[in-house]
Ligand binder design. Sequence first.
Ligand code: AMP
Ligand code: MG
Length: 358
Amino acid sequence: MAVVTVDPTAPDPAVIAAAAAQLRAGELVAFPTETVYGLGANALDEQAVARIYAAKGRPAWNPVIAHVPSIEAARALAREWPRSAECLAQAFWPGPLTLVVPKASSVPDVATAGLDAVAVRIPQHPVALALLRAAGVPIAAPSANRFTQVSPTTAAHVERSLGARVPLILDGGPCAVGIESTVVDCTGDDVIILRPGMLGRESLEAVLAPLGVVVRHAVRTVAHDTPEQAPNIDTPRSPGMADRHYAPRADVWLFDTHQREEIARSLRQWRQTRREAGQSEAPVHALLRAGPLVETNGELSVGMRYVPMPSCPVDYARALYGALHEADDASAGLVLIEAPPHDPAWDGVRDRLTRAAR
Ligand code: AMP
Ligand code: MG
């Protein structure tokens, strides 16, 4: 496996051409996007896409996103190009927005997990764009990590998760957005948010309301922490939506700020139980927004790593996966995460935290 550094301000054409040739030859290439690192393969090559699933250990029912360098190339993958898709593409591409549209027959079923719709996106990262232009074929790319693990926001994360399973990693630095794209279904009358991201509902509405198109959330998304709180769960429109996902290896306890004392008590108990079972002391990582959970010199703080998290959603998203990877690398036994405020600007972050805690 090779890791090749690429300057995002001036991607070396020779490196890009070599990576594009590997993609055209049916090989896998991991590359940076503005959201997370992707594990790419020629989306029109059934065997190449199958390699993605094998490398990730990803079940076949989970579709992947096709990345393209232009709206024209996106249209070529669609049987039909809805007006809502055109308006959203014009407004937000290149950017962290994925559009689900009716699939053209040229797209192999393996890329869409047998669904009649395909997910497409133009990413904003210069290395991704250069690679897509040079490849000349759409590139299917889910996040470059083993299935259910935390997505990579650096090349080092990719290397640790996939290792020799990926022959080439392009290192274009850390990802600016930090969580996966917003995925919207454009196949119906309403536009449905299948996966929240940093591009929020209000931004989508600003573009679609003039067309009379309604934007709504699918399934148990952001506002609900537990299935019991979400009585109106749509049938998942896309596989993978209700999974434990984006999760570190440790248990995750997600709690609201007003539950801080309760969490400190539960932590004491958790440690006690482990001690009684003869288990070793495992580090506890605490990702907190409102200061440390306990006094830094107190008994409970021993073995606890306090990770201060940003109070702005954009900075928080950028920092989140790095913090979860750190917990994995430290073999943390437990990750405590103070939930974000109930505000639409936090929808994408809240969605990932909820699924990490499942
Ligand atoms: P990832 O590749 O890990 O970023 O995840 C891709 C996600 O995009 C999937 O889990 C789905 O939520 C969504 N997706 C991809 N393709 C489709 C599709 N054809 N229809 C609906 N959702 C899709
Ligand atoms: Mg993923």
